[in-house]
Design a protein. Structure first.
Length: 703
C-alpha cells in the first residue's frame, strides 16, 4: 500500500510478536507436517475453494509465510504441534481470501489511509501492538518501541521488512473483517411482533400430564426388518448417514509418564535452586537461566492478577520473600520470589455503555443523548447495568457487560478518564459523559490502585527421564517387531497383558485418537501408507509410545449399507416400533388405559410449568413436537395424538393453560432477540460462505 511509506516515516516499532491474535481472529484451526513421499507425485492438489484447485506449491508458500511470521513473533521455530496450527491457519487464510474478498468488494468496504495511520500511531492503536509492546519495568504500553522500529525499518534486513509488510496486510484484513462482521451484526433487527411472540412463548405455561412409552417397550425380536427395507431406508435418508474419509483402528500404548524416581529427583533439584534464588542478588538473571517458565521475570501492574500458583498457596506476599516449591496442575514444580513491590501509575477498572454519535448531525446527537439519559435513569432506578450494556452498548465491551478491564488514566480520552478518576467510591456515575465517540454511562467497579509487583518465577517441568523413556520404547519396539499383521498384534497383546483400545470412525483430518492428543502422524499413516490389517511402526506421542493396527477404511461419499448397517437398523427399528406403539394407543381413551398396554415400560408423570419456549419435557427428554402439540390444544382435558419423538412415543393431556399476560412494552425482548441474532450472525455467515465455496480439503493425503 502506498500509505505504508507514509506510516513508516511518521512512526516506528520494535516488534517480533504481533500477528498471532490477528491470524487467529481471521482464521483459527490446526494441522501437522508434510508427507515428502507425495511431493514428486503428479497428484499435487491439496484442495478446492470455490471451484479453484489449490496446488501443493501454493499452499506450502502460504504455510511458509505463516511459519516465518510465527518465528518472528516468538524468536524460535515452531514445534511440530505448533506447525499443526500454522498449517491450518494458512489454509483458513486461503479460504478467507477467496471467500471474503469478493464480499468486501460487493459492499464497497475498504480501509482508508487515515484508518491505517490511526491503527499504528493514533488514538486507536491496534490491540495486538498494545499488548506486545509492553515496557517490562512499568508493565505499560511503550509507544517509543513502536516509533523506533518503524523509523529503522527502511534499513532493516529483508526478512524483517517482509514480516512487517505481512503485519500491515493483516492489520488491514483484520479491520475489514471487523467492519464486515459489525455490518452484519448491526443489520439484525427483531420486530415488535417477534418480541411479543418471544415474550408469550417464554411466559405461556401449561400444566400437563404426559404418558411416555420408550422404544424398549417393544422387544427388538418383535420387529422384523429385511435387507431390502434397510436399503430402501438408507436410500431415502442418505443425508443422515453421509460418510467422510474415516478409519477404524486398534492400538496399544506404552506410557512414558514420569516415574516416582523422576519426581523425587526433580523435587530435590528445584529445592536446591529455590534456596539459590532466595539468596540471589539478581533475580531476573537467575530465573532466566534456570526457569522453564515462559515469563520467568515479570512486572504485574496494579489490578493484574498474580499467578494462581502463588495466591492459591500464600495468603499475603511480602517483598523480598521466596515461596515454594509448589506443585502445579501442569505437572511442574514452581517457586516464586517477590523481587520488589512499588507504587506505579494508578490503574482502575470501570464498565461503560457507549451510545455512539460519530459522524452524526447535532440534531441526531441530541436524539442519542435523550435515549442515553433515559437508559441511565432506568439503571439508577432499577439496576441491571450489565444487561443494559449488552442491550444498548455499541462497542466491543458490550459483549462483556460493558467491562473495560483495568486501565491507566492516559489510556482513555480525556473526558472519560477525568470522569472516572474523579470518583471516590465505586458505583454508577450519575451523569452522562460525552467524548468524541459519543455518550457514555459509566459504572466504576474498582477504585485506582498503585501497587506493582516484580515477580521472579522458577519453574521446572516434571518429565520422564531417559531411563524411563528407554524402557517404554524397548517394550513398544519389541511388540511392533513381533506383530507382523493384525492377528499377531492381537495374540501378542493378549500374551503380554497389553490392553488393546479401539478408535472407530477416525476422521482423515483428525489429530486425536480417542483422548490421545497430537496423534496426527498415526492418522496420516493409516490414510496414506497403511493397508487393512497392517501394523504400524512405533509412534512417539506426548506421553506415550503407540503401536497401531488398521482395521478398516471408508471412502468419502454416500454411505454403504455394510458400513452403517447398525445405525440404519436402529433408526428403522425405532420407526417401526413407534408406528406399532401409536397404533396400539389409538384404541384407548385415557392415559391410564394406554399405560396398561405397556405396564413394564410406560410411565405417566406431570409437568405443572411447561413453557411454550421449552424443547425438553422433564424426565423424558428432547420433545419439541409434543410440546408444540400441547400448546395447540384448546380445552382442559384435551389430549394430543400419540407423537413420535426421537426418545419414544408421547401422549399429553392438558390440565390447564395460563397464557402470558399482556405488557405495554416489548422493547426489552426486542433488544434481547436482536442481540442474540447479532451474536450468531457472524459465525453463521462465515459457515454459509464456506459452504457456498464448496471447500474440499485433501491435505490429509500430504500431512
Amino acid at each position: 500500500m502506498a500509505l505504508i511509506k507514509q506510516i513508516r516515516q511518521r512512526t516506528g516499532l520494535a516488534i517480533g510478536v504481533i500477528a498471532g491474535g490477528l491470524i487467529l481472529f481471521l482464521l483459527g484451526g490446526d494441522l501437522l507436517s508434510p508427507n515428502s513421499t507425495l511431493l514428486n507425485s503428479s497428484q499435487n492438489i491439496v484442495g478446492e475453494i470455490a471451484g479453484e484447485e489449490i496446488t501443493y506449491e501454493e499452499y506450502i508458500q502460504q504455510v511458509e509465510e505463516f511459519r516465518l511470521s510465527f518465528q518472528q513473533r516468538s524468536g524460535r521455530a515452531p514445534s511440530e504441534v505448533e506447525m499443526f496450527s500454522v498449517r491450518e491457519q494458512a489454509w483458513q487464510a486461503m479460504i478467507v481470501e477467496r471467500v471474503f474478498r469478493e464480499e468486501y468488494e460487493k459492499l464497497g468496504l475498504e480501509i482508508s489511509d487515515a484508518e491505517l495511520v490511526d491503527m499504528v500511531q493514533g488514538k486507536n492503536i491496534v490491540a495486538e501492538l498494545r499488548q506486545q509492546l509492553v515496557n517490562p519495568q512499568t508493565g505499560e504500553f511503550d509507544k517509543s518501541q513502536l516509533i523506533s522500529f518503524l523509523q529503522s525499518l527502511e534499513t532493516a534486513d529483508p526478512a524483517q521488512q517482509a514480516f512487517w509488510a505481512q503485519q500491515e496486510q493483516l492489520f488491514a484484513d483484520s479491520r475489514l473483517r471487523i467492519k464486515y462482521d459489525n455490518l452484519l451484526a448491526t443489520s439484525e433487527y427483531a420486530t415488535s411482533a417477534e418480541a411479543e411472540a418471544a415474550y408469550k412463548a417464554d411466559n405461556s405455561v401449561a400444566d400437563v400430564t404426559h404418558l411416555y412409552v420408550p422404544f424398549y417397550a417393544v422387544a427388538d425380536s418383535a420387529i422384523k426388518i429385511t435387507d431390502s427395507e434397510l436399503k430402501s431406508y438408507l436410500d431415502k435418508n442418505q443425508s443422515k448417514f453421509q460418510t467422510g474419509n474415516t478409519a477404524n483402528m486398534e492400538y496399544v500404548s506404552f506410557s512414558i509418564l514420569p516415574s516416582g524416581r523422576d519426581s523425587a529427583e526433580l523435587i530435590s533439584t528445584i529445592s536446591e535452586l529455590t534456596e539459590e534464588l532466595r539468596a540471589s542478588d539478581n533475580d531476573s538473571v537467575f530465573v532466566t537461566q534456570n526457569s522453564e517458565n515462559q515469563f520467568p521475570f515479570f512486572t504485574y501492574r496494579a489490578g493484574d492478577a498474580l499467578p494462581v500458583g502463588l495466591t492459591g498457596n500464600v495468603d499475603e506476599i511480602v517483598a523480598g520473600e521466596t515461596y515454594g516449591p509448589f506443585v502445579t496442575q501442569n505437572s511442574s514444580y514452581v517457586s516464586y520470589k517477590v523481587t520488589e513491590q512499588f507504587d506505579g501509575t494508578p490503574r482502575m477498572r470501570a464498565s461503560h455503555i457507549l451510545f455512539s454519535t460519530e459522524n452524526m448531525s447535532d440534531l441526531a446527537k441530541e436524539d442519542v443523548r435523550t435515549q442515553a439519559q433515559s437508559v441511565l435513569e432506568d439503571i439508577q432506578a432499577n439496576g441491571g447495568f450489565e444487561l443494559a450494556a449488552r442491550q444498548y452498548g455499541q462497542d466491543a465491551s458490550a459483549q462483556q457487560g460493558g467491562d473495560l478491564g483495568w486501565f491507566a488514566k492516559d489510556e482513555f480520552v480525556e473526558e472519560f478518564a477525568n470522569a472516572t478518576y474523579a470518583v471516590r467510591q465505586t458505583g454508577l456515575i450519575n451523569r452522562l459523559v460525552e467524548t468524541e465517540y459519543g455518550y457514555h454511562i459509566i459504572n466504576v467497579t474498582e477504585l485506582p490502585k498503585t501497587q506493582y509487583t516484580k515477580l521472579a518465577v522458577l519453574e521446572l517441568e516434571l518429565v520422564a527421564s531417559d531411563e524411563t523413556r528407554n524402557e517404554a520404547f524397548r517394550n513398544a519396539d519389541s511388540f511392533a517387531a513381533e506383530s507382523g499383521n493384525r492377528n499377531q498384534f492381537t495374540e501378542n497383546a493378549q500374551e503380554s497383558g497389553y490392553r488393546i483400545i479401539q478408535a472407530n470412525n477416525v476422521d482423515a483430518q483428525g489429530r486425536n485418537l480417542n483422548n490421545i492428543q497430537s496423534a496426527r502422524e498415526v492418522i496420516r499413516w493409516a490414510f496414506s501408507e497403511a493397508s487393512v490389517d497392517e501394523v504400524s511402526p512405533v509412534f512417539e506421542l506426548d506421553n506415550l509410545y503407540l503401536v497401531a493396527s488398521l482395521v478398516s477404511k471408508k471412502e468419502e461419499g454416500d454411505a454403504k449399507l455394510e458400513d452403517v448397517r447398525d445405525q440404519v437398523t436402529l433408526q428403522l427399528r425405532n420407526e417401526k416400533k413407534a408406528a406399532y406403539i401409536q397404533e396400539q394407543l389409538k384404541t384407548k381413551t385415557t392415559l391410564e388405559e394406554m399405560q396398561a398396554l405397556f405396564p413394564d415400560a410406560a410411565s405417566i408423570n406431570s409437568t405443572p410449568d411447561l413453557k411454550l419456549s421449552s424443547s425438553v419435557i422433564p424426565g423424558i427428554g428432547f420433545a419439541p413436537a409434543a410440546i408444540g402439540a400441547v400448546f395447540g390444544l384448546k380445552n382442559a382435558g384435551d389430549m394430543t395424538k400419540p407423537i413420535h419423538e426421537d426418545v419414544g412415543v408421547i401422549v399429553a393431556k392438558l390440565n390447564s393453560l395460563t397464557p402470558a399476560g399482556e405488557i405495554g412494552d416489548y422493547s426489552g425482548f426486542q433488544g434481547q432477540l436482536t442481540q442474540s441474532a447479532s451474536q450468531r450472525t457472524t459465525y453463521q455467515v462465515m459457515m454459509s460462505l464456506q459452504d457456498m465455496a464448496d471447500v474440499k480439503d485433501y491435505r490429509y493425503k500430504f500431512f
